[in-house]
Design a protein around this ligand. Structure first.
Ligand code: ASP
Length: 333
């Protein structure tokens, strides 16, 4: 499809859905993804979107791409828990509020596709641990041994020396590493970068996906925000969608992404909506917040994107019909 026709179609599709005059600023299709690796993830998702595909297929494709990559923070190459076991969390949500999720899934390469299978073939939303694995095996997924990425293996080795449970960000270390740097543990090892994606397709429908190996060196059995609908991901096809990365416990406490989408419903811009959610976390415990990173990323129904984080360093990638580009989220501190 040539670019002109493609852009026209995008705008037109939006006008049709909204039922009012043409909004030439409507940005669709569009996909956004957390962190620097979001650039590659977006490209994988874009293959679906540019040919008029469904946002749901696009976000699943993007998540599968990073799950296929040896990455410190997603998939079978991700950080293990404190017992050395890699356990994966994922969730997916479509334009009709259908959703599926897995938590603590072991030895399955594509948790995002297991989450989608749960959404599409069972009456449930979330399967955990052994039950999730059993479901995956019964549905054509096969067992694979985790292969720790170099980053994950060396960070785990280093962590084992002290086995200190508290994951604290070393702000100084982060500052030295510049504004696009990921966040670090106190001992200098790398903290976690969950992949969250949000897309809007040519029909104006929204979907989202999240995939992660969870917080590094967590207690075995711990699930963070990433597999929890309304915490790590929320999609409301009327108003927008949001995803999160960072300290999952803090996001769960405020139902973070649901809150962001509620702010979108109240008319706030995506950036302001994310900012208000961050402020909610900081307000609860301002001292603790200084040591935490949480970032929210959102898009609204018009395809406007925005993000906000507690600390500097949260970046996200945006792919529209013109470019695939990295943006730096503003931060509270
Ligand atoms: N949100 C993820 C979790 O709590 C980790 C991260 O994104 O850093 O498991």
């Amino acid at each position: 499809m040539d670019r002109k026709k493609f852009l026209k179609l995008g705008t037109f599709a939006f006008a049709g859905i909204q039922g009012h005059s043409l909004l030439t600023t409507a940005e669709m299709p569009l996909v956004v993804a957390t962190w620097e690796s979001g650039l590659k993830v977006n490209s994988a998702a874009w293959k679906w979107l540019e040919t008029g595909g469904r946002a749901l297929d696009a976000v699943e494709a993007g998540a599968r791409f990073i799950e296929d990559t040896i990455d410190c923070c997603v998939g079978l190459g991700g950080f293990p828990d404190r017992d050395g076991i890699v356990t994966l969390d994922a969730c997916i949500m479509d334009e009709n509020a259908n959703c599926g999720a897995v938590a603590g899934l072991e030895q399955i390469k594509h948790p995002i596709s297991v989450a989608r299978k749960i959404m599409e073939t069972t009456p449930h939303v979330l399967l955990v641990g052994q039950g999730a694995q059993q479901f995956a095996l019964e549905n054509g997924f096969s067992k694979e041994k985790p292969e720790l990425s170099g980053d994950a293996a060396s960070a785990y080795k280093k962590w084992l020396k002290k086995s200190k449970y508290e994951p604290v960000i070393n702000i100084e270390n982060k500052k030295q590493n510049g504004p696009f740097a990921p966040h670090f543990f106190e001992d200098g090892s790398l903290n976690h970068d969950t992949m969250g994606l949000l897309a809007i397709d040519l029909k104006g429908n929204l979907s989202g996906a999240v995939t992660t190996s969870g917080m590094a060196f967590k207690l075995h059995g711990r699930a963070g925000d990433s597999p929890i609908i309304g915490a790590g991901l929320f999609v409301d096809n009327e108003y927008g969608a949001a995803t999160s990365s960072g300290m999952g416990e803090e996001v769960i406490r405020i139902c973070g992404t649901h809150l962001v989408v509620e702010f979108l419903r109240q008319g706030l811009s995506p950036e302001m909506a994310c900012k208000k959610a961050v402020e909610r976390i900081v307000k609860r415990d301002p001292k603790k917040a200084k040591e935490l990173q949480v970032g929210f990323l959102a898009i609204n129904k018009q395809g406007v994107h925005g993000a906000f984080a507690i600390q500097p360093g949260f970046v996200y990638a945006v792919h529209n019909s013109k470019e695939n580009k990295l943006f730096r989220a503003p931060s509270y501190f």
